[in-house]
Design a binder for this molecule. Structure first.
Ligand SMILES: C[S@@+](CC[C@H](N)C(=O)[O-])C[C@H]1O[C@@H](n2cnc3c(N)ncnc32)[C@H](O)[C@@H]1O
Length: 294
Protein backbone atom coordinates (compact mmCIF):
# COMPACT_ATOMS: atom_id res chain seq x y z
CA UNK A 1 0.00 0.00 0.00
CA UNK A 2 1.28 3.46 -0.91
CA UNK A 3 1.51 6.62 1.15
CA UNK A 4 -1.80 8.10 2.29
CA UNK A 5 -0.12 11.41 3.13
CA UNK A 6 -1.29 14.31 1.00
CA UNK A 7 1.57 16.80 0.59
CA UNK A 8 0.81 20.48 1.30
CA UNK A 9 1.59 23.56 -0.79
CA UNK A 10 3.08 21.51 -3.64
CA UNK A 11 2.59 24.17 -6.35
CA UNK A 12 3.95 26.85 -4.03
CA UNK A 13 7.04 24.75 -3.24
CA UNK A 14 7.70 24.07 -6.92
CA UNK A 15 7.31 27.78 -7.77
CA UNK A 16 9.54 28.76 -4.84
CA UNK A 17 12.37 26.36 -5.63
CA UNK A 18 11.94 26.84 -9.40
CA UNK A 19 13.84 23.63 -10.20
CA UNK A 20 15.47 23.70 -13.63
CA UNK A 21 16.62 20.73 -15.68
CA UNK A 22 19.91 19.51 -14.19
CA UNK A 23 19.29 21.04 -10.75
CA UNK A 24 20.18 19.24 -7.51
CA UNK A 25 17.61 19.62 -4.74
CA UNK A 26 17.77 18.23 -1.20
CA UNK A 27 14.40 17.17 0.19
CA UNK A 28 15.32 16.85 3.86
CA UNK A 29 11.97 15.34 4.85
CA UNK A 30 11.12 13.13 1.88
CA UNK A 31 8.35 11.23 3.71
CA UNK A 32 6.05 9.49 1.23
CA UNK A 33 7.71 11.39 -1.62
CA UNK A 34 4.90 13.75 -2.67
CA UNK A 35 7.07 16.86 -2.96
CA UNK A 36 10.03 14.85 -4.22
CA UNK A 37 7.93 13.45 -7.07
CA UNK A 38 6.94 16.93 -8.24
CA UNK A 39 10.50 18.27 -7.92
CA UNK A 40 12.29 15.30 -9.49
CA UNK A 41 10.06 15.41 -12.58
CA UNK A 42 11.26 18.95 -13.17
CA UNK A 43 14.98 18.42 -12.65
CA UNK A 44 14.88 15.72 -15.35
CA UNK A 45 17.35 12.90 -15.91
CA UNK A 46 20.40 15.18 -15.64
CA UNK A 47 19.33 16.51 -12.24
CA UNK A 48 18.68 14.84 -8.90
CA UNK A 49 16.59 15.03 -5.77
CA UNK A 50 18.40 13.81 -2.66
CA UNK A 51 15.68 12.64 -0.29
CA UNK A 52 16.45 12.24 3.41
CA UNK A 53 14.29 10.81 6.17
CA UNK A 54 14.88 9.61 9.69
CA UNK A 55 12.16 7.01 9.39
CA UNK A 56 13.10 3.85 7.44
CA UNK A 57 9.39 2.99 7.01
CA UNK A 58 8.82 6.30 5.21
CA UNK A 59 11.76 5.58 2.91
CA UNK A 60 10.07 2.31 1.89
CA UNK A 61 6.99 4.30 0.82
CA UNK A 62 9.15 6.93 -0.91
CA UNK A 63 11.06 4.26 -2.83
CA UNK A 64 7.79 2.82 -4.12
CA UNK A 65 6.37 6.23 -5.11
CA UNK A 66 9.55 7.58 -6.69
CA UNK A 67 10.53 4.48 -8.67
CA UNK A 68 12.10 5.49 -12.00
CA UNK A 69 12.59 9.13 -11.01
CA UNK A 70 16.03 10.74 -10.48
CA UNK A 71 16.02 10.47 -6.70
CA UNK A 72 18.64 9.25 -4.20
CA UNK A 73 17.13 8.20 -0.85
CA UNK A 74 19.17 8.25 2.35
CA UNK A 75 18.24 7.23 5.88
CA UNK A 76 19.49 10.12 7.96
CA UNK A 77 18.42 13.25 9.82
CA UNK A 78 18.26 16.49 7.86
CA UNK A 79 20.60 18.19 10.34
CA UNK A 80 23.26 15.99 8.70
CA UNK A 81 22.82 17.65 5.30
CA UNK A 82 26.45 18.89 5.07
CA UNK A 83 27.88 15.44 5.86
CA UNK A 84 25.51 13.78 3.36
CA UNK A 85 26.61 16.13 0.58
CA UNK A 86 30.29 15.63 1.45
CA UNK A 87 29.81 11.87 1.18
CA UNK A 88 28.13 12.30 -2.21
CA UNK A 89 30.98 14.67 -3.22
CA UNK A 90 28.53 17.49 -3.87
CA UNK A 91 29.67 20.95 -2.82
CA UNK A 92 26.49 23.02 -3.18
CA UNK A 93 22.92 22.47 -4.31
CA UNK A 94 20.21 24.50 -6.04
CA UNK A 95 17.52 24.02 -3.44
CA UNK A 96 16.65 22.63 -0.03
CA UNK A 97 13.15 21.73 1.14
CA UNK A 98 12.05 20.94 4.70
CA UNK A 99 8.43 19.94 5.30
CA UNK A 100 8.43 19.66 9.08
CA UNK A 101 6.51 17.46 11.48
CA UNK A 102 5.12 14.04 10.83
CA UNK A 103 3.29 12.46 7.93
CA UNK A 104 -0.25 11.14 7.95
CA UNK A 105 1.21 7.67 7.42
CA UNK A 106 3.17 7.83 10.67
CA UNK A 107 0.10 9.12 12.49
CA UNK A 108 -1.96 6.22 11.14
CA UNK A 109 0.53 3.54 12.25
CA UNK A 110 -0.72 2.82 15.77
CA UNK A 111 2.41 0.91 16.69
CA UNK A 112 4.49 4.08 16.33
CA UNK A 113 2.63 5.79 19.15
CA UNK A 114 2.12 9.25 17.60
CA UNK A 115 -1.66 9.30 17.78
CA UNK A 116 -3.92 10.02 20.71
CA UNK A 117 -6.84 8.82 18.61
CA UNK A 118 -5.64 5.20 18.68
CA UNK A 119 -4.11 3.03 21.36
CA UNK A 120 -0.48 2.09 20.79
CA UNK A 121 2.84 1.93 22.62
CA UNK A 122 4.01 5.36 23.78
CA UNK A 123 6.99 5.60 21.42
CA UNK A 124 7.01 8.61 19.00
CA UNK A 125 10.56 8.15 17.70
CA UNK A 126 10.83 9.09 14.03
CA UNK A 127 13.67 6.61 13.86
CA UNK A 128 12.64 3.44 15.70
CA UNK A 129 16.24 2.19 15.33
CA UNK A 130 17.59 5.09 17.38
CA UNK A 131 18.69 4.52 20.95
CA UNK A 132 17.10 7.79 22.04
CA UNK A 133 14.38 7.98 24.70
CA UNK A 134 10.79 7.11 23.79
CA UNK A 135 7.80 9.16 24.91
CA UNK A 136 7.18 6.49 27.59
CA UNK A 137 10.71 7.02 28.93
CA UNK A 138 10.09 10.77 29.30
CA UNK A 139 6.62 10.40 30.78
CA UNK A 140 7.76 7.85 33.35
CA UNK A 141 11.14 9.37 34.27
CA UNK A 142 10.95 13.17 34.24
CA UNK A 143 10.03 15.08 37.39
CA UNK A 144 6.79 17.04 37.69
CA UNK A 145 8.72 20.27 37.03
CA UNK A 146 10.50 18.87 33.97
CA UNK A 147 7.26 17.53 32.49
CA UNK A 148 5.42 20.79 33.16
CA UNK A 149 8.20 22.78 31.46
CA UNK A 150 8.24 20.41 28.50
CA UNK A 151 4.44 20.66 27.98
CA UNK A 152 4.58 24.43 28.34
CA UNK A 153 7.65 25.10 26.20
CA UNK A 154 6.97 22.64 23.38
CA UNK A 155 3.17 22.39 23.52
CA UNK A 156 2.22 25.84 24.79
CA UNK A 157 -0.10 23.96 27.16
CA UNK A 158 -1.62 26.40 29.66
CA UNK A 159 -2.43 23.67 32.16
CA UNK A 160 1.01 22.08 31.97
CA UNK A 161 1.45 21.78 35.75
CA UNK A 162 -1.91 20.11 36.27
CA UNK A 163 -1.18 17.59 33.54
CA UNK A 164 2.32 16.92 34.89
CA UNK A 165 1.03 16.39 38.43
CA UNK A 166 -1.65 13.99 37.22
CA UNK A 167 0.91 11.97 35.25
CA UNK A 168 3.33 11.71 38.16
CA UNK A 169 0.52 10.61 40.50
CA UNK A 170 -0.75 8.00 38.02
CA UNK A 171 2.65 6.45 37.33
CA UNK A 172 3.13 5.71 41.03
CA UNK A 173 0.59 2.90 40.64
CA UNK A 174 2.03 1.56 37.37
CA UNK A 175 4.06 2.96 34.47
CA UNK A 176 2.20 4.74 31.65
CA UNK A 177 2.77 2.63 28.58
CA UNK A 178 0.19 3.47 25.93
CA UNK A 179 -1.03 6.49 23.97
CA UNK A 180 -4.58 5.72 25.12
CA UNK A 181 -3.59 5.83 28.81
CA UNK A 182 -1.74 9.12 28.37
CA UNK A 183 -4.48 10.77 26.28
CA UNK A 184 -7.00 9.78 28.91
CA UNK A 185 -4.90 11.19 31.75
CA UNK A 186 -4.41 14.48 29.91
CA UNK A 187 -8.10 14.82 29.12
CA UNK A 188 -9.03 14.16 32.74
CA UNK A 189 -6.52 16.63 34.11
CA UNK A 190 -7.84 19.63 32.20
CA UNK A 191 -10.70 21.76 33.50
CA UNK A 192 -14.05 20.69 32.06
CA UNK A 193 -14.40 23.88 30.02
CA UNK A 194 -11.22 23.18 28.03
CA UNK A 195 -12.08 19.54 27.35
CA UNK A 196 -14.61 20.33 24.66
CA UNK A 197 -13.62 22.08 21.50
CA UNK A 198 -12.60 21.43 17.95
CA UNK A 199 -9.10 20.31 19.04
CA UNK A 200 -8.55 17.23 21.22
CA UNK A 201 -7.18 18.38 24.59
CA UNK A 202 -4.35 15.86 24.29
CA UNK A 203 -3.02 17.51 21.10
CA UNK A 204 -0.59 19.91 22.78
CA UNK A 205 0.90 17.36 25.16
CA UNK A 206 1.41 14.85 22.34
CA UNK A 207 3.04 17.54 20.20
CA UNK A 208 5.35 18.50 23.07
CA UNK A 209 6.46 14.91 23.66
CA UNK A 210 7.09 14.30 19.96
CA UNK A 211 9.22 17.46 19.74
CA UNK A 212 11.24 16.41 22.80
CA UNK A 213 11.66 12.75 21.82
CA UNK A 214 13.02 13.72 18.40
CA UNK A 215 14.85 16.92 19.44
CA UNK A 216 12.90 18.56 16.63
CA UNK A 217 13.88 22.14 17.46
CA UNK A 218 17.56 21.19 17.80
CA UNK A 219 17.34 19.46 14.40
CA UNK A 220 15.69 22.49 12.85
CA UNK A 221 18.25 24.95 14.29
CA UNK A 222 21.14 22.79 13.06
CA UNK A 223 19.63 22.56 9.56
CA UNK A 224 18.90 26.29 9.40
CA UNK A 225 22.53 26.98 10.36
CA UNK A 226 23.81 24.58 7.67
CA UNK A 227 21.54 25.65 4.82
CA UNK A 228 23.28 28.89 3.69
CA UNK A 229 26.54 26.95 3.30
CA UNK A 230 25.06 24.20 1.18
CA UNK A 231 23.22 26.50 -1.26
CA UNK A 232 24.78 27.76 -4.49
CA UNK A 233 24.49 31.51 -5.06
CA UNK A 234 20.90 31.94 -6.26
CA UNK A 235 19.93 28.62 -4.66
CA UNK A 236 16.79 28.59 -2.55
CA UNK A 237 15.58 27.15 0.73
CA UNK A 238 11.89 26.46 1.36
CA UNK A 239 10.64 25.46 4.81
CA UNK A 240 7.07 24.44 5.66
CA UNK A 241 6.23 24.59 9.35
CA UNK A 242 3.07 23.70 11.24
CA UNK A 243 3.34 25.57 14.54
CA UNK A 244 4.70 28.84 15.80
CA UNK A 245 7.73 27.36 17.62
CA UNK A 246 9.06 26.24 14.26
CA UNK A 247 7.87 29.16 12.16
CA UNK A 248 9.51 31.72 14.47
CA UNK A 249 12.86 29.96 14.18
CA UNK A 250 12.65 29.80 10.38
CA UNK A 251 11.63 33.44 10.14
CA UNK A 252 14.53 34.67 12.29
CA UNK A 253 17.16 32.35 10.86
CA UNK A 254 16.34 33.56 7.33
CA UNK A 255 16.16 37.19 8.36
CA UNK A 256 19.35 37.29 10.41
CA UNK A 257 21.69 35.53 8.00
CA UNK A 258 23.47 38.06 5.78
CA UNK A 259 24.01 35.35 3.14
CA UNK A 260 20.26 35.00 2.59
CA UNK A 261 17.59 37.21 1.02
CA UNK A 262 14.08 36.56 2.30
CA UNK A 263 11.64 36.03 -0.59
CA UNK A 264 8.51 35.75 1.57
CA UNK A 265 7.94 38.83 3.73
CA UNK A 266 4.88 37.00 5.03
CA UNK A 267 4.71 33.21 4.97
CA UNK A 268 2.74 31.60 2.16
CA UNK A 269 -0.32 29.65 3.30
CA UNK A 270 -2.71 27.21 1.66
CA UNK A 271 -5.69 28.36 -0.36
CA UNK A 272 -9.20 27.68 0.92
CA UNK A 273 -9.55 25.04 -1.81
CA UNK A 274 -6.48 23.18 -0.58
CA UNK A 275 -7.62 23.32 3.06
CA UNK A 276 -11.03 21.98 2.00
CA UNK A 277 -9.46 18.81 0.62
CA UNK A 278 -6.53 18.61 3.05
CA UNK A 279 -7.26 19.93 6.55
CA UNK A 280 -3.57 19.45 7.55
CA UNK A 281 -2.76 22.36 5.21
CA UNK A 282 -4.67 24.76 7.48
CA UNK A 283 -1.71 25.51 9.72
CA UNK A 284 1.06 25.16 7.11
CA UNK A 285 3.38 28.15 6.60
CA UNK A 286 5.96 28.27 3.85
CA UNK A 287 8.96 30.59 4.05
CA UNK A 288 11.50 30.92 1.26
CA UNK A 289 14.98 32.46 1.15
CA UNK A 290 17.61 32.79 -1.56
CA UNK A 291 21.39 32.51 -1.21
CA UNK A 292 23.02 35.81 -2.15
CA UNK A 293 25.82 35.86 -4.76
CA UNK A 294 29.22 35.33 -3.08
C1 LIG B 1 5.39 16.09 6.82
S1 LIG B 1 6.32 14.67 6.48
C2 LIG B 1 6.98 14.99 4.88
C3 LIG B 1 6.04 14.66 3.76
C4 LIG B 1 6.65 14.78 2.39
N1 LIG B 1 7.04 16.13 2.08
C5 LIG B 1 5.71 14.25 1.32
O1 LIG B 1 5.49 14.96 0.32
O2 LIG B 1 5.23 13.12 1.44
C6 LIG B 1 7.74 14.87 7.47
C7 LIG B 1 8.78 13.75 7.33
O3 LIG B 1 9.98 14.24 7.92
C8 LIG B 1 10.60 13.17 8.61
N2 LIG B 1 11.47 13.78 9.60
C9 LIG B 1 11.12 14.38 10.76
N3 LIG B 1 12.21 14.88 11.36
C10 LIG B 1 13.26 14.59 10.56
C11 LIG B 1 14.66 14.85 10.64
N4 LIG B 1 15.19 15.52 11.65
N5 LIG B 1 15.44 14.45 9.62
C12 LIG B 1 14.91 13.78 8.55
N6 LIG B 1 13.60 13.49 8.45
C13 LIG B 1 12.80 13.90 9.43
C14 LIG B 1 9.46 12.36 9.16
O4 LIG B 1 9.89 11.03 9.40
C15 LIG B 1 8.42 12.47 8.03
O5 LIG B 1 8.54 11.40 7.13
Amino acid sequence: MGSLHRPVLVDEVVTALAPRAGAIIVDGTVGGGGHAAALSRRVGPSGRVIGLDRDPAMLVLARERLHGLPVTLIHTAYAEVRRVLDELEIDRVDGVLLDLGLSSDQLAWEARGFSFAADGPLDMRFDPDSAGPTAADLVNRLSTEELARLFFDFGEERFSRRVARRIVAARQTSPIRTTGQLADLVRRSLPARSRHGPIDPATRVFQALRIAVNDELGQLDAALAAIPDVLKPGGRAAVISFHSLEDRRVKWAFKRDPRLTVLTKKPLTATAQEVAVNPRARSAKLRVAERCPN
